[in-house]
Design a protein around this ligand. Sequence first.
Ligand code: DAK
Length: 257
Amino acid sequence: MPHQFIIVTKQDGYTLIQLNRPEVLNALNIKLMEELVDTLELLEKDDEVRCVILAGNEKAFAAGADIKEMADASAIDMLMRDQFARWDKIRKFKKPIIAAVSGFALGGGCELMMSCDMVIASETAKFGQPEINIGVMPGAGGTQRLTRAVGKVKAMEMVMTGRMIAAEEALRWGLINKVVPVEYYLEEAKAWAKEIASKPPVAIRLAKEAVLKALDTTIEGGLEFERKNFYLLFASEDQKEGMNAFAEKRKAEWKGK
Ligand code: DAK
């Protein structure tokens, strides 16, 4: 099915998804989110895809949820649309997702970015949770994921002032992984995706699960969880292959089993 608001490009080992509503700075409307989540569901089942890059364009990753689309909604409309179910599917996506961000990542755009596993940004990237300026507050993880990423006082600053922060500041705060000149941000994300796609997929999947577990459990529970995933990998062919290849001084060939 052709997409209206995203562009999907399959590369060797990974897939690039580009949000594509440039006339409204990639504002996230319901249809765009539907296309994005439906695509992720397909990619999850495709063994050739080992990593995903989510990007916008140079001017905007996404300037938030589509304000015009939700302006007249009632609380019950919002409840019955149940859009969070869609957002939950992104959070539960099992393969690594790298956000490649340039320009605005605001409101739902910043929240979508924080649902990804790693973030490569251009020097022009700007991050913010400006919902306060339109009479609401973050609703798709902005008070929770942001606080875990940057700590209480900085999250309060962003959520209560609605101010944007620049890429270098976001890097210092621990919100993103790397900042590069705008002409390289997508290339850099592709290099990371290629590197991750070359790793053993089962170990990548269980490692992602364990890191995410750290965000919502005690240290004791998290260590237990990590240990189980670690043991489980000794049932994989890739563990035998990886360790034997090391001993035999050759490159491992992963089967994803
Ligand atoms: N929604 C709809 N249209 C938007 C938009 C948005 N979030 N952001 C920009 N646009 C549109 C503008 O209306 C304008 O359209 P035209 O007037 O040309 O038709 C076009 O994009 C270009 O924008 P500007 O002319 O404003 O461009 P500037 O460079 O002057 O300013 C800006 C760029 C990013 C500073 C400005 O556009 C701006 O402040 N945008 C709004 C940013 C914002 O407030 N974002 C937070 C939105 S609330 C949910 C999940 C998530 C959410 C809600 C529910 N569920 C699962 C239920 C999240 C909520 C939000 O994100």
